[in-house]
Design a protein around this ligand. Structure first.
Ligand SMILES: Cc1cc2nc3c(=O)[nH]c(=O)nc-3n(C[C@H](O)[C@H](O)[C@H](O)COP(=O)(O)OP(=O)(O)OC[C@H]3O[C@@H](n4cnc5c(N)ncnc54)[C@H](O)[C@@H]3O)c2cc1C
Length: 307
Protein backbone atom coordinates (compact mmCIF):
# COMPACT_ATOMS: atom_id res chain seq x y z
CA UNK A 1 0.00 0.00 0.00
CA UNK A 2 1.40 3.41 -0.99
CA UNK A 3 2.34 5.73 1.85
CA UNK A 4 -0.28 8.49 2.22
CA UNK A 5 0.94 12.04 1.55
CA UNK A 6 1.93 14.31 4.42
CA UNK A 7 3.67 11.93 6.83
CA UNK A 8 6.53 13.59 8.72
CA UNK A 9 9.42 11.77 10.40
CA UNK A 10 10.86 12.14 13.90
CA UNK A 11 8.24 14.59 15.14
CA UNK A 12 8.69 15.99 18.66
CA UNK A 13 5.58 15.20 20.70
CA UNK A 14 6.43 17.06 23.95
CA UNK A 15 5.06 20.34 22.60
CA UNK A 16 1.76 18.64 21.76
CA UNK A 17 1.25 17.78 25.43
CA UNK A 18 0.39 20.09 28.32
CA UNK A 19 3.13 18.65 30.57
CA UNK A 20 5.75 19.12 27.83
CA UNK A 21 7.81 15.97 28.31
CA UNK A 22 8.72 12.97 26.15
CA UNK A 23 10.41 12.14 22.87
CA UNK A 24 9.51 12.13 19.18
CA UNK A 25 7.18 9.97 17.09
CA UNK A 26 8.81 8.07 14.26
CA UNK A 27 5.89 9.08 12.05
CA UNK A 28 3.45 11.97 12.37
CA UNK A 29 0.49 13.21 10.32
CA UNK A 30 -2.37 15.70 10.57
CA UNK A 31 -5.41 14.23 8.80
CA UNK A 32 -7.97 16.91 7.95
CA UNK A 33 -10.94 14.74 6.88
CA UNK A 34 -12.45 11.38 7.85
CA UNK A 35 -11.27 9.94 4.51
CA UNK A 36 -7.66 11.03 5.09
CA UNK A 37 -7.85 9.63 8.63
CA UNK A 38 -9.13 6.22 7.46
CA UNK A 39 -6.42 6.11 4.76
CA UNK A 40 -3.70 6.71 7.36
CA UNK A 41 -5.17 4.14 9.76
CA UNK A 42 -5.46 1.53 6.99
CA UNK A 43 -1.88 2.19 5.86
CA UNK A 44 -0.54 1.94 9.41
CA UNK A 45 -2.42 -1.34 9.95
CA UNK A 46 -1.05 -2.77 6.69
CA UNK A 47 2.48 -1.69 7.66
CA UNK A 48 2.16 -3.02 11.22
CA UNK A 49 2.74 0.48 12.66
CA UNK A 50 1.13 1.15 16.04
CA UNK A 51 -1.07 4.27 16.02
CA UNK A 52 -1.71 6.83 18.73
CA UNK A 53 -3.90 9.89 18.43
CA UNK A 54 -2.98 13.07 20.26
CA UNK A 55 -5.90 15.30 21.20
CA UNK A 56 -5.04 18.41 23.20
CA UNK A 57 -2.43 16.32 25.01
CA UNK A 58 -3.97 17.26 28.36
CA UNK A 59 -3.92 13.79 29.86
CA UNK A 60 -0.87 12.37 28.13
CA UNK A 61 2.59 11.24 29.12
CA UNK A 62 4.89 10.38 26.22
CA UNK A 63 7.87 8.05 26.77
CA UNK A 64 11.26 9.81 26.73
CA UNK A 65 12.22 7.41 23.94
CA UNK A 66 9.15 8.54 21.99
CA UNK A 67 6.79 6.46 19.89
CA UNK A 68 7.79 3.75 17.42
CA UNK A 69 4.78 4.18 15.20
CA UNK A 70 2.41 6.81 13.82
CA UNK A 71 1.09 9.73 15.90
CA UNK A 72 -1.96 11.56 14.55
CA UNK A 73 -3.21 15.05 15.32
CA UNK A 74 -6.63 15.93 13.90
CA UNK A 75 -6.79 19.05 11.75
CA UNK A 76 -9.02 20.98 9.30
CA UNK A 77 -12.67 19.90 9.23
CA UNK A 78 -11.90 17.45 12.05
CA UNK A 79 -11.62 20.48 14.39
CA UNK A 80 -14.79 22.31 13.24
CA UNK A 81 -17.64 23.40 15.56
CA UNK A 82 -21.03 24.02 13.90
CA UNK A 83 -24.54 24.66 15.11
CA UNK A 84 -27.48 22.66 13.72
CA UNK A 85 -30.58 23.88 15.54
CA UNK A 86 -30.35 22.54 19.10
CA UNK A 87 -27.42 20.34 18.16
CA UNK A 88 -23.71 21.04 17.86
CA UNK A 89 -21.61 19.06 15.39
CA UNK A 90 -17.88 19.04 16.09
CA UNK A 91 -14.74 17.44 14.78
CA UNK A 92 -13.03 15.03 17.17
CA UNK A 93 -10.14 17.49 17.37
CA UNK A 94 -12.31 20.46 18.41
CA UNK A 95 -11.38 21.88 21.81
CA UNK A 96 -14.04 21.14 24.41
CA UNK A 97 -13.79 24.56 26.18
CA UNK A 98 -14.38 26.21 22.78
CA UNK A 99 -17.46 24.00 22.24
CA UNK A 100 -18.80 25.06 25.66
CA UNK A 101 -18.10 28.74 24.99
CA UNK A 102 -19.74 28.62 21.55
CA UNK A 103 -22.74 26.77 22.95
CA UNK A 104 -23.16 29.55 25.52
CA UNK A 105 -23.01 32.23 22.83
CA UNK A 106 -25.58 30.30 20.78
CA UNK A 107 -27.85 29.96 23.82
CA UNK A 108 -27.47 26.19 24.09
CA UNK A 109 -27.25 24.42 27.42
CA UNK A 110 -26.02 20.93 28.31
CA UNK A 111 -22.26 21.08 27.72
CA UNK A 112 -21.27 23.73 30.26
CA UNK A 113 -19.09 21.22 32.17
CA UNK A 114 -16.63 21.16 29.23
CA UNK A 115 -15.42 24.67 29.99
CA UNK A 116 -12.89 23.39 32.52
CA UNK A 117 -11.70 20.30 30.66
CA UNK A 118 -8.76 21.44 28.52
CA UNK A 119 -9.09 18.49 26.13
CA UNK A 120 -10.48 17.81 22.68
CA UNK A 121 -13.89 16.28 22.01
CA UNK A 122 -12.26 13.00 20.91
CA UNK A 123 -10.04 12.88 24.00
CA UNK A 124 -13.07 13.59 26.19
CA UNK A 125 -15.02 10.73 24.58
CA UNK A 126 -12.09 8.35 24.89
CA UNK A 127 -11.54 9.32 28.55
CA UNK A 128 -15.23 9.77 29.44
CA UNK A 129 -14.21 13.16 30.82
CA UNK A 130 -16.39 14.76 33.43
CA UNK A 131 -16.47 17.75 35.76
CA UNK A 132 -18.90 19.12 38.33
CA UNK A 133 -21.48 16.41 37.75
CA UNK A 134 -21.94 17.15 34.02
CA UNK A 135 -22.09 13.95 32.04
CA UNK A 136 -20.64 13.59 28.59
CA UNK A 137 -22.91 10.63 27.84
CA UNK A 138 -25.98 12.76 28.57
CA UNK A 139 -25.08 15.44 25.99
CA UNK A 140 -23.42 13.21 23.38
CA UNK A 141 -25.82 11.93 20.73
CA UNK A 142 -23.30 10.05 18.62
CA UNK A 143 -19.63 9.86 17.69
CA UNK A 144 -18.23 8.88 14.29
CA UNK A 145 -15.30 6.56 14.95
CA UNK A 146 -12.70 5.89 12.25
CA UNK A 147 -10.56 2.77 12.14
CA UNK A 148 -8.53 0.94 9.48
CA UNK A 149 -11.84 -0.62 8.33
CA UNK A 150 -13.67 2.70 7.81
CA UNK A 151 -16.11 4.87 9.69
CA UNK A 152 -18.86 3.75 12.04
CA UNK A 153 -21.36 5.74 14.10
CA UNK A 154 -21.59 4.94 17.79
CA UNK A 155 -24.08 6.08 20.38
CA UNK A 156 -23.12 6.50 24.06
CA UNK A 157 -24.46 3.01 24.88
CA UNK A 158 -21.96 1.51 22.37
CA UNK A 159 -18.97 3.33 23.87
CA UNK A 160 -18.68 1.33 27.10
CA UNK A 161 -18.42 4.39 29.31
CA UNK A 162 -17.26 3.78 32.86
CA UNK A 163 -15.30 6.12 35.16
CA UNK A 164 -12.63 7.82 32.99
CA UNK A 165 -12.77 5.06 30.40
CA UNK A 166 -14.47 4.06 27.16
CA UNK A 167 -14.06 0.96 25.02
CA UNK A 168 -12.12 2.79 22.25
CA UNK A 169 -8.78 1.22 21.28
CA UNK A 170 -5.81 3.29 20.06
CA UNK A 171 -6.63 2.51 16.39
CA UNK A 172 -10.19 3.82 16.85
CA UNK A 173 -10.33 7.57 16.45
CA UNK A 174 -13.28 9.87 17.14
CA UNK A 175 -13.51 11.93 13.95
CA UNK A 176 -16.80 13.72 14.62
CA UNK A 177 -19.34 14.04 17.37
CA UNK A 178 -22.84 15.41 17.81
CA UNK A 179 -24.17 16.94 21.03
CA UNK A 180 -27.92 17.29 21.59
CA UNK A 181 -28.49 20.38 23.74
CA UNK A 182 -31.42 22.50 24.78
CA UNK A 183 -32.16 26.18 24.23
CA UNK A 184 -31.45 28.58 27.07
CA UNK A 185 -30.73 32.25 27.65
CA UNK A 186 -27.17 32.94 26.44
CA UNK A 187 -26.52 35.23 29.43
CA UNK A 188 -27.62 32.49 31.80
CA UNK A 189 -25.33 29.88 30.20
CA UNK A 190 -22.43 32.35 30.14
CA UNK A 191 -22.97 33.08 33.84
CA UNK A 192 -22.80 29.33 34.59
CA UNK A 193 -19.50 29.09 32.69
CA UNK A 194 -18.07 32.06 34.60
CA UNK A 195 -19.10 30.49 37.90
CA UNK A 196 -17.54 27.13 36.92
CA UNK A 197 -14.29 28.84 35.87
CA UNK A 198 -14.13 30.69 39.19
CA UNK A 199 -14.72 27.50 41.18
CA UNK A 200 -11.94 25.83 39.22
CA UNK A 201 -9.49 28.68 39.85
CA UNK A 202 -10.06 28.22 43.58
CA UNK A 203 -9.42 24.48 43.53
CA UNK A 204 -6.68 23.95 40.97
CA UNK A 205 -3.37 25.53 40.05
CA UNK A 206 -3.32 27.44 36.77
CA UNK A 207 -0.52 28.35 34.39
CA UNK A 208 1.52 25.25 35.16
CA UNK A 209 2.66 22.40 32.89
CA UNK A 210 0.54 19.46 34.02
CA UNK A 211 -1.74 16.72 32.67
CA UNK A 212 -4.42 17.22 35.31
CA UNK A 213 -5.30 14.29 37.53
CA UNK A 214 -2.46 11.82 37.76
CA UNK A 215 -4.32 8.98 39.48
CA UNK A 216 -7.96 7.93 39.35
CA UNK A 217 -10.00 8.33 42.50
CA UNK A 218 -9.95 4.86 44.10
CA UNK A 219 -13.07 2.80 44.51
CA UNK A 220 -11.43 0.96 47.45
CA UNK A 221 -13.62 1.12 50.59
CA UNK A 222 -10.52 1.90 52.68
CA UNK A 223 -10.36 5.29 50.96
CA UNK A 224 -13.56 6.16 52.87
CA UNK A 225 -14.64 8.48 50.08
CA UNK A 226 -11.34 10.34 49.89
CA UNK A 227 -10.06 11.37 46.48
CA UNK A 228 -6.64 10.40 45.11
CA UNK A 229 -5.52 13.99 45.85
CA UNK A 230 -6.62 13.77 49.48
CA UNK A 231 -4.83 10.42 49.92
CA UNK A 232 -1.63 11.78 48.36
CA UNK A 233 -1.82 14.86 50.55
CA UNK A 234 -2.35 12.79 53.70
CA UNK A 235 0.71 10.76 52.66
CA UNK A 236 2.91 13.85 52.57
CA UNK A 237 3.07 14.24 48.78
CA UNK A 238 1.90 17.83 48.41
CA UNK A 239 4.89 19.78 47.06
CA UNK A 240 7.09 16.64 46.89
CA UNK A 241 9.76 17.03 44.16
CA UNK A 242 11.81 14.54 42.14
CA UNK A 243 14.01 15.84 39.34
CA UNK A 244 12.05 18.55 37.52
CA UNK A 245 8.65 17.15 38.59
CA UNK A 246 6.61 17.84 41.71
CA UNK A 247 3.16 17.25 43.14
CA UNK A 248 1.47 20.62 43.02
CA UNK A 249 1.23 22.68 46.20
CA UNK A 250 -2.36 23.50 45.38
CA UNK A 251 -3.62 20.08 44.29
CA UNK A 252 -1.64 17.00 45.31
CA UNK A 253 -2.98 14.83 42.44
CA UNK A 254 -1.52 17.22 39.84
CA UNK A 255 2.08 16.64 38.77
CA UNK A 256 3.80 19.80 37.65
CA UNK A 257 6.76 20.01 35.29
CA UNK A 258 8.44 22.94 37.01
CA UNK A 259 12.02 22.60 35.78
CA UNK A 260 12.49 20.80 32.48
CA UNK A 261 11.28 17.49 33.82
CA UNK A 262 11.63 14.34 31.77
CA UNK A 263 8.94 11.70 31.60
CA UNK A 264 11.28 9.52 33.73
CA UNK A 265 11.13 12.22 36.48
CA UNK A 266 7.34 12.20 36.34
CA UNK A 267 7.20 8.40 36.52
CA UNK A 268 9.61 8.35 39.51
CA UNK A 269 7.42 10.86 41.30
CA UNK A 270 4.26 8.91 40.50
CA UNK A 271 5.87 5.71 41.82
CA UNK A 272 6.89 7.49 45.04
CA UNK A 273 3.40 8.93 45.58
CA UNK A 274 1.78 5.59 44.88
CA UNK A 275 4.16 3.82 47.27
CA UNK A 276 3.45 6.31 50.06
CA UNK A 277 -0.33 5.96 49.68
CA UNK A 278 0.01 2.19 49.65
CA UNK A 279 2.15 2.17 52.78
CA UNK A 280 -0.16 4.51 54.67
CA UNK A 281 -3.57 3.25 53.53
CA UNK A 282 -2.99 -0.11 51.77
CA UNK A 283 -4.65 1.41 48.67
CA UNK A 284 -3.16 0.93 45.21
CA UNK A 285 -3.65 4.05 43.07
CA UNK A 286 -4.07 3.51 39.33
CA UNK A 287 -2.95 6.12 36.79
CA UNK A 288 -5.54 8.23 35.03
CA UNK A 289 -2.90 9.76 32.75
CA UNK A 290 -2.55 7.90 29.43
CA UNK A 291 0.88 6.66 28.38
CA UNK A 292 2.21 6.74 24.85
CA UNK A 293 5.25 4.87 23.53
CA UNK A 294 7.60 2.50 25.27
CA UNK A 295 7.28 3.81 28.81
CA UNK A 296 9.68 2.35 31.33
CA UNK A 297 8.21 2.25 34.83
CA UNK A 298 10.64 2.68 37.73
CA UNK A 299 11.65 -0.59 39.42
CA UNK A 300 9.57 0.24 42.52
CA UNK A 301 6.33 0.77 40.57
CA UNK A 302 5.15 -2.75 41.38
CA UNK A 303 4.28 -2.49 45.03
CA UNK A 304 5.70 -5.01 47.42
CA UNK A 305 2.73 -6.39 49.38
CA UNK A 306 5.00 -6.59 52.45
CA UNK A 307 5.72 -2.95 52.01
C1 LIG B 1 -5.55 21.54 34.15
C2 LIG B 1 -6.29 20.28 33.76
C3 LIG B 1 -7.58 20.07 34.24
C4 LIG B 1 -8.27 18.91 33.89
N1 LIG B 1 -9.54 18.74 34.39
C5 LIG B 1 -10.26 17.65 34.04
C6 LIG B 1 -11.60 17.45 34.52
O1 LIG B 1 -12.15 18.25 35.25
N2 LIG B 1 -12.25 16.31 34.15
C7 LIG B 1 -11.68 15.37 33.35
O2 LIG B 1 -12.33 14.37 33.03
N3 LIG B 1 -10.41 15.55 32.87
C8 LIG B 1 -9.70 16.64 33.19
N4 LIG B 1 -8.41 16.81 32.72
C9 LIG B 1 -7.80 15.74 31.89
C10 LIG B 1 -8.01 15.90 30.39
O3 LIG B 1 -8.27 17.24 30.04
C11 LIG B 1 -9.15 15.01 29.90
O4 LIG B 1 -8.87 13.64 30.13
C12 LIG B 1 -9.40 15.20 28.39
O5 LIG B 1 -10.57 14.52 28.04
C13 LIG B 1 -8.26 14.67 27.53
O6 LIG B 1 -8.50 15.11 26.21
P1 LIG B 1 -7.27 15.39 25.22
O7 LIG B 1 -7.83 15.79 23.91
O8 LIG B 1 -6.31 16.34 25.84
O9 LIG B 1 -6.67 13.94 25.12
P2 LIG B 1 -5.13 13.56 25.13
O10 LIG B 1 -4.53 13.88 26.44
O11 LIG B 1 -4.48 14.09 23.92
O12 LIG B 1 -5.28 11.98 25.01
C14 LIG B 1 -5.90 11.23 26.06
C15 LIG B 1 -6.33 9.88 25.46
O13 LIG B 1 -7.36 10.10 24.52
C16 LIG B 1 -6.97 9.59 23.26
N5 LIG B 1 -7.54 10.46 22.22
C17 LIG B 1 -7.27 11.76 21.98
N6 LIG B 1 -8.00 12.20 20.93
C18 LIG B 1 -8.73 11.16 20.49
C19 LIG B 1 -9.66 10.96 19.44
N7 LIG B 1 -9.99 11.95 18.59
N8 LIG B 1 -10.22 9.74 19.28
C20 LIG B 1 -9.90 8.72 20.13
N9 LIG B 1 -9.02 8.83 21.13
C21 LIG B 1 -8.44 10.04 21.32
C22 LIG B 1 -5.46 9.59 23.28
O14 LIG B 1 -4.93 8.67 22.36
C23 LIG B 1 -5.20 9.18 24.73
O15 LIG B 1 -5.36 7.81 24.91
C24 LIG B 1 -7.69 17.96 33.04
C25 LIG B 1 -6.40 18.19 32.53
C26 LIG B 1 -5.71 19.35 32.88
C27 LIG B 1 -4.35 19.57 32.30
Amino acid sequence: MAEPAGIDRDWPLARLTTVRTGGPADLFARPASPEALVELLAWAAAEGQPVEVIGSGSNLLVADRGLRGLALKLDGELTAIERRGERILTGGGARLPSVSAKAARWGLSGIEFGVNIPGSVGGAVRMNANAYGGQLARALEWADVCSAEGLSRREPDDLGFVYRHSNLDPGQVVARACFALSEAEPEQVKATLAEMRARRREAQPSGIKTFGSTFKNPEDARAEGRSAGQLLEASGCRGLELGGARFSDKHANFVENHAEATTADVLELMAEGRRRVYQRFGIVLEPEVQLIGDVEWPADWDLDPNG
